[in-house]
Design a protein around this ligand. Structure first.
Ligand code: SF4
Length: 362
C-alpha cells in the first residue's frame, strides 16, 4: 500500500479493509501501547478503539510531556511565579496542572506575572522588553521541542540576554521505553512508536530497546490509516512470533532523523537523570544545560537544584495510567472529583492526556 496524499490516509474504504484484516489476523489477547499522547487523541477521535476486536487492548503510554512532569517540577514552576520580579512563561497546557498547593493559573489570578507563549522565542522577546525582570520559561517537552529550546538558549547567549532562563524538565521518550519494559506488572506486546518524536530521533534511536527486549515496534503517523496499519503490523508480528522494528511513517521519519536538530540539542544539553511521574527517576532520560550554558538555568539561578520528590495528588492514578497499568476508568476520581473543569492530575488537563481523551471521547 503506497499512499501519497493526506486524504488517502483518511480513506474510509481503506480503513474498512484494514479493520477487516485486523479482525481476521487477531487470534489472542494483546496489549499494544500507543506511546504518544497525540496517538491517544487520534485513536479516540477516529473511533479506532470501537472497531478493534475485543482481544486487542490499547494502552496509553508516557508520551504526554505535561502528564509525565514530576510533581516537584510543577511545584517549582508555581514557586517561580511567586518570586518578585519574575515573569513565568509557559505553553498553555501547563497552566491548570495542579501543583501541591496551587497552579500557575491560580497564581496568575492572584497577581503573579505568568504569561502563555506560543513559542519559546516569545519568551525571549518578553525578556528583551522587560530588562528589569527575570523571565523564566517552563521547559517541558520531548525530543520534538528540545532542539527549539536549545536554539533559544543559543539566541539568548548570542544576543547577550541575561535576564532569560529556562527551568528544564525535558525528557527523552526513547529512554522511557526501556524503563517501562523493566517494570514489574507492565504487560506490553507491542509499541506504536511516536511519529513526531521519531521525526527528530529517527528509527535508529529505538534499535537498542528493540534489540534488548525483542518487542514488536512500529513508528506510526497520526491519520486513521497510519494507526490501523500500525496495529495490523503489530498483530501480524505477534502472531508470527517475529518481532521487528518497522518505520511505517516513512513520509516523515528517516533512519537518522533530523541530524541538525539533534546537533543543536546536543550542543546545549547533556544527558541527565530525570524524574518521571509514575515511573520515578530514569538515568539518562533528561536533558540538562551543559556547564557553559548554566547562566540560563533557572533552577541554579533561583536555588532550586536537587528538589526533593513530592507525592502525587492523593487518589490520582496518572502515574499508573502512563505506564499502562491502569486506564482512567480504573481511577475512582475519574468523572467524579476529577473532570477537565476541576482536574486533580495532569492527565485530565493536557489535551494529550489519557484521562482528558477518555472524558472527551469515550
Ligand atoms: S482521572 Fe484525574 S485523578 Fe484520576 S488518574 Fe486521571 S487525572 Fe488522575
Amino acid at each position: 500500500m503506497s499512499l501519497k496524499y493526506i486524504e488517502e490516509f483518511r480513506d474510509g474504504e481503506l480503513a474498512k479493509g484494514l479493520v477487516k484484516k485486523i479482525r481476521e489476523t487477531s487470534k489472542r489477547d494483546l496489549h499494544l501501547m500507543e506511546v504518544c499522547g497525540t496517538h491517544t487523541t487520534a485513536i479516540f477521535r477516529h473511533g479506532i478503539r470501537s472497531v478493534l476486536p475485543k482481544e486487542i487492548t490499547l494502552l496509553s503510554g508516557p508520551g504526554c510531556p505535561v502528564c509525565v512532569t514530576a510533581q516537584k517540577d510543577i511545584d517549582a514552576y508555581v514557586a517561580l511565579a511567586g518570586i518578585k520580579d519574575v515573569i513565568v512563561t509557559t505553553f498553555g497546557d501547563l497552566m491548570k496542572v495542579p501543583g501541591s498547593g496551587s497552579t500557575l493559573a491560580k497564581e496568575k489570578a492572584g497577581g503573579a506575572d505568568v504569561r502563555i507563549v506560543y513559542s519559546i522565542f516569545d519568551a525571549i522577546n518578553i525578556a528583551k522588553e522587560n530588562p528589569a525582570k527575570e523571565v523564566v520559561f517552563c521547559a517541558v517537552g520531548f525530543e520534538t521541542t528540545i532542539p527549539t529550546i536549545a536554539a533559544s538558549v543559543l539566541t539568548a547567549l548570542g544576543e547577550g540576554i541575561e535576564n532569560f532562563s529556562i527551568y528544564a524538565a525535558n525528557k527523552l521518550t526513547t529512554a522511557a521505553l526501556a524503563a517501562l519494559m523493566e517494570t514489574d506488572g507492565v504487560e506490553i506486546d507491542g509499541f506504536i512508536l511516536p511519529g513526531h518524536v521519531s521525526v527528530i530521533t529517527g528509527t535508529d534511536a529505538y534499535r537498542d530497546t528493540f534489540e534488548t527486549y525483542d518487542i514488536p515496534s512500529v513508528i506510526a503517523g497520526f491519520e486513521p490509516i497510519d494507526v490501523l496499519k500500525a496495529i495490523l503490523i503489530l498483530i501480524e508480528q505477534n502472531e508470527a512470533g517475529k518481532p521487528e522494528l518497522v518505520n511505517a511513517y516513512p513520509r516523515a521519519v528517516s533512519d537518522a532523523g533530523n541530524v541538525k536538530a539533534k546537533a543543536i540539542m546536543n550542543q546545549v544539553f547533556e544527558l541527565s537523570p530525570a524524574t518521571w511521574r509514575g515511573i520515578g527517576e530514569i538515568p539518562d532520560s533528561g536533558m540538562s544545560l551543559k556547564k557553559e550554558f548554566q547562566a540560563f538555568d533557572a533552577a541554579g539561578k533561583f536555588g532550586m537544584n536537587s528538589l526533593p520528590d513530592v507525592p502525587e495528588p492523593k487518589g490520582c492514578a496518572c502515574g499508573e495510567i502512563l505506564m499502562g497499568l491502569k486506564t482512567p476508568e480504573d481511577c475512582r476520581l475519574y468523572k467524579k472529583a476529577c473532570t477537565p473543569m476541576s482536574p486533580v492530575g495532569p492527565c485530565m488537563v493536557s489535551s494529550e492526556g489519557s484521562c482528558a481523551a477518555y472524558y472527551k471521547y469515550s
